[in-house]
Design a protein around this ligand. Structure first.
Ligand SMILES: Nc1ncnc2c1ncn2[C@@H]1O[C@H](COP(=O)(O)OP(=O)(O)OP(=O)(O)O)[C@@H](O)[C@H]1O
Ligand SMILES: [Mg+2]
Length: 233
């Protein structure tokens, strides 16, 4: 469904992605794992068209993504949940969701506002509240809810559970599994192997803008040397 072939990207003169090749098949949950500054977010931003690649190819469901602006990539069915939560603070929870639904196009698909509220009752209770009044966990829920109501075919999820309490992380494990079951393919960028292991089937390890390893997530989990070298601080 998604295929990156030798993708390079730079911020100004500093080249960050050194030639990323990876693929995500339809129906998979794939984790892009790596330390701080490894290039995970940059990879997702490059797929989304937020940062134009300087080289390589990106294909999604038969279309070439390189050169398309983010709104065009979104219309093809790619969603992005940024790690910075990017809630529109002056808007209420509900307005945030309605806006995300409109931006996506026709908004048809299984993920409605009602289903997002069912998934996250805390959001339902706060639906009339401003986005800025939400807790960190609720902001993460709203960010994911915004991604879902666009009904993407592929969702890029950046640091889904960063900074969340363990009990909230467990809730997100269930949620991500339910999202995958609903038919959305997922590419997660994460530092948290413990979380990724509970939701993903396959993983890539990225370091200094290069893919260093690819395997089943359980094989990565068991490879202590690999984990020590690329994942734990
Ligand atoms: N807007 C930017 N301008 C310049 N350099 C940037 C910018 N954003 C990121 N970088 C640099 O690019 C490299 C990769 O950053 P990136 O955010 O992709 O890493 P990451 O794997 O997502 O890390 P994190 O765990 O911190 O989210 C880092 O060296 C970072 O300092
Ligand atoms: Mg990041």
């Amino acid at each position: 469904m998604l295929e990156l072939d030798e993708v390079t990207a730079a911020y100004g003169k500093s080249q960050v992605l050194q030639g990323i090749s990876l693929h995500v098949d339809e129906g998979e949950v794939v984790a892009l794992l790596g330390r701080n500054g490894a290039g995970k977010t940059t990879t997702l931003r490059t797929v989304m068209g937020l940062l134009p690649p300087s080289g390589g190819r990106i294909r999604f469901a038969g279309d070439d993504l390189v050169g398309r602006p983010p709104d065009a990539v979104a219309r093809l069915g790619v969603g992005f949940v940024p790690d910075d939560r990017r809630i529109f603070a002056p808007l209420t929870v509900e307005e945030n969701l309605v806006l995300a639904q409109r931006v996506a196009g026709d908004g048809s698909g299984p993920w409605t506002l009602a289903r997002v509220y069912e998934l996250f009752p805390a959001l339902s209770e706060q639906r009339g509240q401003g986005g800025a009044t939400l807790s960190g966990g609720q902001q993460k829920m709203l960010a994911l809810g915004r991604g879902l109501v666009a009904n993407p075919r592929l969702l890029l999820l950046d640091e889904a559970v960063e900074g969340l309490a363990p009990i909230v992380v467990q809730r997100f494990v269930d949620v991500v599994r339910e999202v995958a079951t609903s038919g959305i393919t997922l590419l997660l960028a994460d530092q948290n192997l413990r979380f990724a292991r509970q939701v993903a089937q396959r993983g890539y390890i990225i370091d200094k803008g290069r893919i260093e390893h690819e395997d089943d997530i359980e094989a990565i989990w068991r490879d202590e040397r690999l984990v020590r070298r690329y994942l734990t601080v």
